[in-house]
Ligand binder design. Structure first.
Ligand code: G3P
Ligand code: CA
Length: 343
């Protein structure tokens, strides 16, 4: 630890392998998580959605292939669109206020999903496909991988699951993702609060975890409130509103309110570094409310931050660390571990 490092606790920032080492392997595969652990990630991050038969699996979104109005694939994380036996599964659903057409995880049983193979979501950007090599993993398989790697290498990492669209998933699959997450972590015996953070954009979901679901299960794990704006211009992003209070989450009162149910906040990095490349006072404000700050997403790829950061995540990471962040979500955990080791 660097004496005086302005993290909340004074400890070094943690490196979170975002969707695994998703910059170098197809996101949310055991291979991506294995590489992240071996690259030096402290935590690996699965986004979690629910299958038709009620199992938590790792996918970035409930929709695993998006089709345009002509039926052409515009984004894919599995090869399902190439499988004639599943052609009748295409559905249009309203997700976050938008009609999206494609193949949805909650319409497939786990045995069906296991016949699919993960593909690179950004083949044009990353110049690769990896088609046919990797399966969609369950949460239980990811925990088994963490244990396995610990036995083999001695590296003891944690897990940082995100409950993806829990309100949507409950309506679609009839399952409370957060309840299923706690049940699965308990079943797998993975409930050490030093090795789990649970994150969500949905405030109500986190409040329920804190007030009801975790106490009933006899489990207490740190929660992280995500704050959006990733695709907008930095620093003039509109704050996520708490659907129950309609309150701005980033005011001093809003941050203090988050601290009543969560241990930290996961903001888009645009809250930390503004449109002119200046460090904002966001970390200081969040720390004043007692919240850890874990911004996302640092990657070796074009960024919405000013030009000096394009393809230079190390500069972004150093600036965020000097601002006092307590962790970094990165698609390139090898880069994250290297930069954190400088401090
Ligand atoms: O969980 C942090 C970050 O991943 C949130 O955005 O859309 O990449 O899951 P997203
Ligand atoms: Ca995520």
């Amino acid at each position: 630890n660097l004496p005086g490092l302005p993290t909340l606790t004074g400890r070094s920032p943690i490196v979170i392998g975002h969707r695994g080492s998703s910059g170098t392997r197809p996101e949310h595969t055991l291979e991506a998580y294995r590489v992240a652990i071996e690259a030096g990630a402290d935590f690996i991050e699965p986004d979690l959605v629910v299958t038709k038969d009620g199992v938590l699996v790792a996918r970035h979104e409930p929709v695993m292939v998006i089709l345009d109005k002509d039926g052409k694939v515009t984004e894919a994380t599995t090869d399902v669109a190439t499988r004639p036996e599943f052609a009748g599964r295409v559905k249009t659903k309203n997700l976050d206020g938008q009609d999206v057409t494609g193949y949805w995880v909650e319409d497939f049983t786990l045995p069906e999903l296991k016949t699919l193979r993960a593909v690179e979501r950004l083949p044009a950007l990353r110049g690769r496909t990896f088609d046919g090599q990797f399966e969609v993993p369950t949460l239980s398989e990811i925990i088994a991988l963490i244990r396995d790697t610990e036995t083999r290498t001695g590296r003891r990492v944690g897990i940082y699951p995100e409950t993806k669209h829990p309100t949507f998933m409950a309506a679609q699959a009839g399952v409370n993702t957060s309840q299923l997450l706690i049940d699965t972590l308990k079943k797998e015996g993975f409930t050490d609060p030093a090795r789990v953070f649970i994150q969500s954009f949905e405030t109500t979901n986190l409040r329920d975890l804190n007030s009801t679901i975790m106490p009933a299960a006899g489990v207490k794990l740190p929660l992280v409130q995500l704050l959006g704006g990733q695709t907008g211009a930095p620093y003039d992003l509109s704050a996520r509103k708490d659907p129950r209070q309609n309150a701005d989450l980033t005011t001093p009162a809003g941050l203090r309110d988050i601290a009543t149910y969560a241990s930290g906040i996961g903001p888009s990095k645009g809250w930390i570094i503004d449109g002119k490349g200046q460090t904002t006072d966001f970390v200081t404000r969040a720390h004043a409310a007692g919240l850890l700050v874990h911004p996302y997403t640092f990657r070796n790829e074009p960024t919405f931050l000013p030009a000096q950061y394009a393809n230079n995540p190390e500069a972004e990471m150093r600036q965020a660390i000097q601002a006092g962040v307590d962790g970094l979500f990165t698609d390139f955990p090898a880069t994250g571990a290297k930069v954190v080791a400088e401090y």
